[in-house]
Design a protein around this ligand. Structure first.
Ligand SMILES: *Cc1c(COP(=O)(O)O)cnc(C)c1O
Length: 463
């Protein structure tokens, strides 16, 4: 038996590599673990190739692997797509206030502790007061996400023979990621009763469908599509009256919990939780990380008697949020309560950016690119809200645009930008690679410029 293919032959030992000067700055335990991994990979490689790596190469691999292991995961990115609530990029970026609160809560914190009394307090009370103040609700509850909120509501309100849930045919939606209202209802043991048509449903349709088996009437926000033309959705107040007359609760899954008036930004107003409650809706649920601009959470606001049923349900324990999320949510709600949401919450700061400001930022970047020998244009375009909020609605913006005639392969440049450090995510449309300053924090403009110049140099498109 020849040992010519023995993969261990000529491989340096862990000790030998561990003594390398170039690895001295890596902590001993981490150094050894990383060396072991690199040697294992090399051993596997030598079994199939005849070109063994040199000791220098192995040392370089150890350094690279250790560096990569220290990079934050998921990798932070600069979102230049112009999609503000970008589900693939983690929905809403959090405010400074939220980050500070999360840091404080990561240590010991008075989460379920009454400091004055020195005894157990209520975890829910912290967010409840702010939610009640902001929405006019009697009571509120926080769970893991919007889907969990719907799940908990159904679990708590379906009762014995009362299992029918009445939903308009125009609101049997799929939100994305497989959240389909009919499936969620089936899963929770509800019997779906469809009323009305795709485009028109009236309060009478619900009234006619109510039986002794009806558990609740459910309104679902068509978050990610719009039906246009001859449409009619029932008026909430009218429907609330029908619900009251028949003593069944009217519940609304609102999707994006928009607490502010969007019309001042030229957008179609979204229903707000406060308006729905004022119209007589029993419970409203919405997400924490859509237009609210906070962490992933599901918020339920409404009548105290019904919230109490939810809070006491055994599922509540499985769906409750952790302390860091709660701290982040409370800080986000605090920005609304202090009336500084537009300046403190990134989602709203981006929505509120004026086209003129965006144009100036785009022009400044294009001028600096020109200085590096890169020809880019400032082109008018549109940003979107995204994340299942305000479908079809756009905000005017100004893009930094690189033409296919300048760049050649747009997809290759796009990949290079995404793989760079920091990663920059552009959009490609109609023979242009586009960077939308609206979703880039202004203090990151210099990073975008750096990355772009570097990538263009690597492909020989800049001097
Ligand atoms: C987004 C959305 C959900 C799901 O909320 P998550 O927080 O993503 O779980 C449910 N219903 C509607 C109408 C939505 O728009």
């Amino acid at each position: 038996m020849s040992d010519r293919r023995d993969p261990r032959r000529g491989l340096p030992s862990v000790d030998a590599l561990g003594r390398a000067e170039a690895l001295a700055d890596i902590a001993p335990a981490e150094r050894i673990a990383t060396i072991r991994q690199v040697l294992a990979e090399e051993r596997a490689a030598r079994a199939t190739t005849s070109a063994p790596a040199t000791t220098e190469t192995l040392i370089a691999r150890v350094r690279a692997l250790a560096a990569r292991a220290r990079e934050p995961v998921p990798r932070p990115v600069i979102n230049a797509t112009g999609v503000i609530i970008n589900t693939n990029l983690g929905r809403a970026p959090l405010s400074e206030a939220a980050l500070m609160a999360m840091r404080a809560a990561s240590s010991y914190a008075a989460l379920e502790y009454d400091l004055a009394a020195g005894e157990r307090g209520s975890r829910n009370a912290l967010a409840r007061d702010l939610l009640c103040q902001l929405t006019g609700a009697e009571d509120a509850l926080v769970v893991n996400n919007g889907a969990a909120a719907v799940l908990l509501i159904l679990a708590a309100l379906l009762n014995g023979d009362r299992r029918e849930v009445i939903v308009s045919r125009g609101q049997l939606v799929e939100i994305g990621g497989g959240f389909r209202i009919p499936d969620v209802l089936r899963q929770s043991g509800a019997r779906l009763v469809e009323v009305g048509t795709t485009n028109r449903t009236r309060a009478e349709d619900y009234a006619a469908a109510i039986t002794p088996a009806t558990a609740l009437l459910l309104l679902v926000h068509p978050s990610n599509f719009r039906v246009i033309g001859f449409t009619e959705a029932p008026d909430r107040a009218e429907l609330a009256e029908v619900a009251r007359d028949h003593v069944v609760p009217l519940i609304e899954d609102m999707g994006s919990g928009c607490l502010l008036d969007l019309s001042r930004f030229g957008l179609t107003p979204e229903p707000t939780p406060q308006a729905a409650l004022a119209a007589g809706v029993e419970l409203v649920s919405f997400s924490g990380d859509k237009l609210l601009g906070g962490p992933q959470a599901g918020i339920i606001v409404g009548a105290a008697r019904t919230i109490k049923l939810l809070a006491q349900h055994p599922l509540m324990r499985a769906l409750r949020v952790d302390k860091v999320t709660l701290a982040s949510l409370i800080a986000t709600l605090g920005s609304y309560a202090r009336n500084v949401a537009l300046t403190e919450i990134p989602v709203w700061r981006m929505i509120a950016q004026l086209p003129e400001t965006l144009r100036q930022r785009a022009e400044a970047l294009v001028a600096m690119l020109f200085g590096a020998g890169i020809v880019a244009e400032v082109r008018s375009g549109e940003s979107t809200i995204g994340g299942g909020s305000l479908p079809g609605e756009t905000l005017p913006t100004w893009h930094i645009a690189l033409s296919v005639r300048t760049v050649g392969d747009l997809d290759a440049l796009g990949k290079r930008l995404r793989m760079s450090s920091p990663a920059v995510i552009p959009r490609i449309a109609h023979d242009y690679l586009l960077l939308d300053p609206r979703t880039v924090p202004p203090e990151r403009d210099a990073d975008v410029l750096d990355v772009l110049i570097r990538c263009m140099r690597e492909t020989g498109h800049a001097n």
